[in-house]
Design a binder for this molecule. Structure first.
Ligand code: NBP
Length: 484
């Protein structure tokens, strides 16, 4: 460890400010990869704790003030900000920008809202600074051992920064889980949708667990075994793997499965909600993610849930006749619904990319999500192949591999949703994904009636299937049709 910032040799290739869980682990990751890392945190305690506990990981430069921090960096200076998203990030950017010089690079690795990143990039660019909004996924462990990194910002910054980020990122089949996503807010946008997909993935896993528990009356330990077995199939993924671990955990105090002593009210920090808001703005039906966000909200509506306990479920349900068949049906439903969630997420990315002119390469994105990040999964190889075969694929559900997988499993998917419905077990993500699939493939939708109603009460007009033009029926007159 070198903690003398004034020595001429003490120049760092990168600085990290914000040394909580994520920042300290990323700083260590850079150091372990041979980079000299300047360290800074608002309060010095975190800097010193890092040096005391992990100073042996590599070369660090301890700094206390922003001026010292900036002076410790080689030029062009590269600073990674890992502080709480929002006002804290703005405050840190301002302070750094005042101390930095044109050509230097500021990287925001926090979970910033992409519109904030667009604003910040424009402001920094006007001051001659390069601003890179980088989505980083992988949590604490990924930050230390190799996250998935989604940097946006000017392509020139990536030339200097890319090799460093690629060297600390997760590697899959010799390829780094890091690539330049596109201009300004694109990196944070795709990270936001990544988190939205993570919400949907977790909700679907939760519904699969709940069905085994309530429809099949399976003990938690057996459900853990099912997830463990599924992790050697096409469902292989980090989230399925850790589901088996969480379900296997026994509470030391009560001897019960840990999942039974955890309060069933799911929290959220906002990226799922942002994804859904953006989907609404872009007009993309990201229903799987929306259901997952709403399911968390419902779970946390404690008072209402308490008051509603005891409402009737009806009497139609009966337990599935064959346990193994139903477990297999659930597996198929999970896979098909997961395909829908990813298809919708990638549609949203395509729409955001078109809206903001980012030109995001969805195949490259699937490639960097194969490792390091929370939604890493075997299945992303298939998504990567699908977009490599057809970069303009209208929907993932239309890629031959996914089309076949869903068509083969469609009856299982319907059995799961209908059984859950009859038994009164909530499956909002399974059911809405199936409805989305049915909506997408339908020859005719009741939207025709919606148009008729809109024309009736608001003269909103409609188009006809058999001729060009815009039409209106004189609903309050003689009900003849006129051309608009
Ligand atoms: P937190 O999000 O908990 O932020 C704590 C850090 O922010 C500390 O270093 C704190 O300094 C600093 N900070 C705050 Br709070 N206000 C500040 C201000 N006004 N000026 C300067 N510094 C300030 O840390 P984290 O969980 O490590 O996450 C860091 C970023 O990474 C966040 O944007 C988060 O959303 C994102 N992220 C987190 C994860 C994850 O798994 N946790 C994953 C991916 C991305 P102090 O020590 O002086 O209080």
């Amino acid at each position: 460890m070198n903690n003398d910032a004034s020595a001429p040799s003490a120049k760092a290739q990168i600085g990290v400010t914000g040394l909580a869980v994520m920042g300290s682990n990323i700083a260590r990751n850079f150091a372990r990869n041979g980079y000299t890392v300047a360290l800074h945190n608002r309060s010095i305690a975190k800097t010193d704790a890092l040096l005391e506990n992990h100073g042996g990981d590599g070369n660090f430069i301890r700094t206390e003030t922003v001026a010292e921090f900036v002076a410790a960096l080689e030029r062009p200076r590269r600073v990674l900000i890992m502080v709480k998203a929002g006002d804290a990030t703005d405050a840190v950017i301002e302070e750094l920008a005042d101390a930095m010089e044109p050509g230097d690079i500021i990287i925001d690795g926090g979970n910033a809202l992409y519109t904030d990143t667009i604003r910040r990039e424009a402001a920094m660019s006007a001051r001659g600074l390069n601003f890179v909004g980088a989505g980083i996924s992988g949590g604490e462990e990924g930050a230390l051992n190799g996250p998935s990194i989604m940097p946006g910002g000017p392509v020139e910054s990536y030339e200097s920064l890319g090799p460093m980020l690629e060297s600390i990122a997760a590697q899959v089949d010799g390829e780094p889980c890091c690539t330049h996503i596109g201009p300004d807010g694109s990196g944070h946008f795709v990270k936001m949708v990544h988190n939205g997909i993570e919400y949907a993935d977790m909700q679907l896993i939760g519904e699969a667990y709940d069905l085994m528990r309530k429809a099949l009356d399976m003990p938690v330990a057996e459900i853990a075994d099912v997830f463990r077995a599924w992790n050697s199939t096409e469902l292989e993924s980090y989230l399925v793997e850790i589901t088996a671990d969480v379900l296997s955990q026994v509470d030391a105090e009560t001897g019960k499965p840990l999942v039974d002593v955890i309060v069933d009210a799911a929290g959220q920090k906002g990226t799922g909600r942002w994804t859904v808001k953006s989907a609404l703005d872009l007009g993309i039906p990201t229903t799987g993610i929306a259901e997952a966000v709403f399911a968390r909200a419902l779970s946390s509506s404690t008072d209402q849930r308490l008051a509603a306990r005891g409402l009737s479920s009806g009497t139609l349900g009966s337990a599935p006749a064959d346990r193994e068949t139903f477990i297999n049906d659930i597996k198929t439903a999970l896979y098909a619904s997961k395909v829908v969630a990813y298809a919708q997420g990638f549609d949203q990315i395509a729409a955001g990319s078109a809206e903001y002119g980012w030109d995001v390469d969805r195949g490259a994105l699937a490639t960097i999500w194969r490792g390091g990040c929370i939604i890493r999964a075997q299945f992303l190889n298939r998504i990567r192949e699908a977009y490599h075969e057809d970069p303009a694929l209208p929907s993932l559900l239309l890629a031959p591999y996914f089309r076949d997988a869903v068509e083969v499993g469609i009856d299982s998917w319907r059995r799961v949703v209908s059984t859950a419905t009859l038994l009164g077990i909530p499956v909002p993500a399974f059911a809405s994904s199936l409805s989305y699939y049915d909506g997408l493939r339908a020859e005719r939708l009741p939207a025709a009636l919606t148009q008729g109603l809109r024309d009736f009460f608001g003269a909103h007009t409609y188009q006809r299937v058999d001729k060009e033009g815009t039409f209106h029926t004189l609903w309050s007159g003689d009900r003849s049709e006129v051309t608009e």
